[in-house]
Design a protein around this ligand. Structure first.
Ligand SMILES: O=P(O)(O)OC[C@H]1O[C@H](O[C@H]2O[C@H](CO)[C@@H](O)[C@H](O)[C@H]2O)[C@H](O)[C@@H](O)[C@@H]1O
Length: 524
């Protein structure tokens, strides 16, 4: 396989004419739903065999087995590959086989049943940064196609409302109908390029699965981008990725960024307020990196008194909510104003004036896993200088800001191992922090939408404004975009964002809020 050719900075995406995106794990977070369904299928089936035949049970490993045998492959191919690893051979059967039949097709139908059950309870999460990236690529004039080995891909596109982002879609059903070989064969990528009418060399491909990266490489794509969602950077490179990133935001091409550079919310204040018209705003604010600068330790992020006074003034004119990854009680203490709404633990835990109270209905189920994970993290990382473990009610942050560069990999590996032992928890990122939180389709965006409904603001003529600086805030920007709200990104905006305006830093946030309060106080 080829050697790694690029660092994200060297990549010029706009020299390509088209791009092809995998779905699960690239655009939507459905790879984890598939993984849960595979685990339930194989562990159930292997347990049946162990009991019936008295053979030892060698359980499905959601990391290694998932990546090696099933990720990215057509369903039947994944089953065959996994069973082969356990020296099990089954007849192929026929696609109509009932889910309890002991054939490849029977097991495939059983997996599909589990997948649908998990999907119904957990919903579909979209990677907001991937959506923003695809939108930017399209604005820059590139054609886009979606490919997936999954027969559920069209259903997922409809559920998420993302179909408009693609000029062509090839899913598992279409691939089977047209006789395309599954990944790692290059067929599906070659077919996508031909549907977009470009030679593969003039297109780039984006994949997270080893089999998918290999397929795009074999299809001779001009550039193969691997997204590392499973700590397999070296393997992605070995399978043919030219460049590996943790998130597509890292690859925003300079010329697209230029073209998209967001208006500064202070410079464009009159235009922004004009767009609001006579309607009142509802102001949603992230805390760290938005209201206070990022500092070395969480407890040092203290709110400046002038900003507190501005928030008090603003709260007399409109709803003000703090939406934070911190523990709700902790962030409420730091802000120190009674009549605000506070959403903590990334929106899982909400309270506010007039008895407003909401804990995600299923969050408490995850407390035992969070408690155990916290204990394991503390034990594993006790001797790493600088690590800070911050427990929130419904999340655990492992901070590495003060950890020596040479130890960071060890910290990440520990978080990964602990996450692997608790599939009920999901790992997310942030600024020099690894987080574990409940594996539920809930985030800041969903919390903001919930608040708009709960506070009766969705019905009223209110323009929601969300200000944030971090990847977890992208969910809120994306949610408000769909509802005519405004997202303001804090930072240099050199990355993909679903926000519509930017503010340079926390000082600029303070000025913006103060001007907004002046304006609202002057209104009759
Ligand atoms: O959603 P937020 O309110 O922005 O909270 C996100 C995380 O912020 C805190 O960590 C970050 O800020 C710290 C203080 O500046 C900094 O030391 C750390 O490196 C940052 O990641 C907070 O401690 C976390 O719990 C929040 O999830």
């Amino acid at each position: 396989m080829q050697q790694p050719a690029h660092s994200p900075r060297d990549v010029t995406l706009t020299r390509y004419r088209a791009s092809v995106f995998d779905l699960d794990g690239v655009v939507t977070d459905t790879a984890r739903v598939h993984c849960q369904a595979w685990r339930k299928l194989f562990d159930g089936y292997l347990a049946e065999r162990a009991e019936r035949d008295g053979v030892p049970l060698w359980a499905f490993d959601p990391q290694g087995d998932y990546r090696r045998h099933v990720d990215g492959k057509p369903r039947n191919e994944g089953i065959r590959s996994f069973l082969e690893s356990r020296s099990i051979q089954l007849p192929f059967g026929s696609p109509e086989d009932a889910p309890d039949e002991e054939t490849i097709c029977g097991l495939a139908n059983r997996k599909q049943r589990f997948f649908e059950q998990f999907l119904a309870t957990e919903g579909v999460d979209v990677f907001a940064s991937s959506v923003a990236f695809i939108e930017s690529i399209r604005k820059a004039g590139l054609k886009t196609a979606l490919i997936s080995s999954s027969k559920n891909a069209q259903d997922i596109l409809v559920r998420t409302g993302l179909a408009h982002l693609f000029d062509a879609v090839i899913d598992g059903i279409e691939a089977e109908r047209t006789g395309l070989h599954g990944k790692p064969h290059p067929d599906i990528f070659r077919h996508a390029a031909s549907l977009l009418s470009v030679p593969p060399g003039e297109a780039f491909a984006v994949e997270d699965a080893l089999s998918g990266v290999e397929a795009a490489y074999k299809a001779d794509f001009g550039l193969v981008i691997g997204i590392d969602r499973a700590r397999q950077r070296d393997e992605l490179l070995a399978h043919g990725a030219d460049v590996v990133v943790d998130d597509l935001a890292e690859l925003m091409p300079a010329d697209v960024v230029q073209e998209n550079s967001l208006p500064d919310a202070l410079e464009a204040f009159d235009q922004l307020v004009g767009a609001m018209g006579p309607e009142r705003p509802a102001v949603f604010l992230d805390y760290d990196g938005t209201l206070t600068p990022i500092v070395d330790r969480p407890e040092l992020a203290v709110l400046d008194a002038p900003v507190r006074r501005t928030l008090e003034r603003l709260a007399k004119c409109c709803t003000v909510a703090i939406v934070s990854g911190r523990d709700r009680v902790n962030v409420a203490g730091l802000v120190g104003i009674d009549n605000l709404v506070y959403a903590g633990s990334h929106g899982f835990d909400i309270a506010g004036p007039d008895g407003l109270q909401m804990q995600h209905e299923r969050a408490a189920e995850f407390l035992p896993a969070l408690d155990a994970a916290e204990e394991q993290l503390r034990a594993r990382l006790v001797d790493v200088p600088g690590v800070l473990i911050e427990r929130k009610r419904f999340a655990i942050a492992t901070h590495y800001r003060l950890v020596a560069e040479s130890d960071v990999e060890r910290v990440e590996a520990a978080v990964e191992t602990v996450a692997g032992e608790h599939p009920q928890l999901r790992r997310t990122g942030g600024k020099k922090v690894f987080e574990l939180r409940p594996q539920l389709p809930w985030d800041k965006g969903k919390a903001v939408v919930w608040l708009l409904e709960a506070l009766g603001l969705a019905k009223e003529k209110v323009v929601p404004i969300y200000i944030g600086d971090d990847e977890t805030d992208e969910d809120a920007f994306a949610a408000l975009r769909e509802r005519g709200g405004l997202g303001l990104f804090v930072g240099d905006a050199s990355q993909a964002t679903a926000a519509s305006y930017r503010l340079e830093d926390t000082d600029a946030v303070g000025h913006f809020l103060s001007r907004l309060a002046d304006m609202l106080e002057d209104r009759p």
